[in-house]
Design a protein around this ligand. Structure first.
Ligand code: 6PG
Length: 272
């Protein structure tokens, strides 16, 4: 069963009562954006994250998408990456490659992963340099209001602490305004060294989708989306706020359970 909630200013919520249906919804959404972007710009520039998002995207490797999506036009970045070898079990590149990208006819040279032989700091600068080349060539579009890249789609997960990409609560990386890609060496979740897109890049995208599932994330989702008490903590998920883009939350009913009005909602109707 499906439920759609339009919030005042926190985007749309697409709510499903099980992750299988949520995966179907997510695959359809990504395929539609890919088609629109290829029609408009000739390419589709997408950024992935790690975590459960990758499993949820699995439907894209199946019919009809495997044959209907124009995979050769995809240019793939990572919104965040752990600074480990590409074959390391913690690598977001490996997670996406094994679970997804190896099953899709994407072009290997269109996969923009980090240089895993560098330090976190150098890997971040190197990744930003790589991204600047694609923005220069307009393979990745550019924001009308800043010089930031304007991805066609950035896909994020959100932790139960409210982190998105590798932007953790109260971390100074959240304040980064100049760099497109920054690094951290003290991630509260292992591994400690990571690189991450900064908020200006995330918020310059044409579309941002955040996938949130499970009861353990219900409070974080409430803090990210609902009209909350003024003294509530401002978690990173709340700071995702595309300036000229569209924000969509893909959530299951467990994660939605603390949203205002949700307990009275009819799963087949939009709710206020
Ligand atoms: O590299 C990372 O750690 C991820 O990009 C991270 O931001 C992830 O998306 C969230 O932690 C949610 O992960 P789950 O969906 O697995 O909880």
């Amino acid at each position: 069963m499906a439920l759609l909630k339009h919030t005042k200013d926190r985007g749309d919520l697409r709510i499903r009562d099980n992750v299988d249906d949520l995966g179907i919804e997510l695959a359809e959404y990504i395929a539609e954006l890919s088609e629109a972007s290829v029609k408009e710009r000739g390419v589709f520039a997408i950024a992935l994250s790690g975590g459960s998002l990758i499993t949820l995207m699995g439907k894209l490797c199946e019919a009809p998408y495997k044959k209907t999506v124009d995979w050769a036009k995809w240019y793939i970045y990572w919104a965040d990456e752990r600074v480990v070898g590409k074959n390391h079990v913690d690598s977001n590149y490996k997670l996406a490659k094994d679970g997804l990208l190896s099953k899709m006819p994407v072009i290997p040279s269109h996969l923009h992963s980090i240089n895993d032989s560098l330090s976190a700091e150098d890997a971040a600068s190197d990744y930003e340099f790589d991204l600047r080349q694609l923005v220069k060539a307009r393979t990745v579009a550019v924001s009308e209001v800043s010089d930031c890249p304007k991805f066609d789609l950035i896909l994020l997960g959100m932790g139960s602490d409210g982190h998105v990409a590798s932007l953790f609560p109260n971390h100074m990386a959240l304040d980064e305004k100049d760099e497109w890609v920054t690094f951290i060496t003290d991630s509260p979740e292992p591994p400690p060294e990571r690189i991450t897109f900064t908020l200006p890049v995330i918020n310059s995208a044409s579309n941002v989708a955040v996938v949130v599932t499970g009861a353990g994330k219900a409070e974080a989702l409430r803090l990210a989306v609902d009209d909350v008490e003024p003294d509530s903590p401002v978690i990173p998920g709340r700071m995702v706020d595309p300036t000229n883009g569209k924000l969509v939350w893909f959530v299951d009913t467990a994660a939605a359970s603390k949203l205002e009005g949700f307990q009275f909602a009819d799963l087949d109707q939009p709710f206020a």
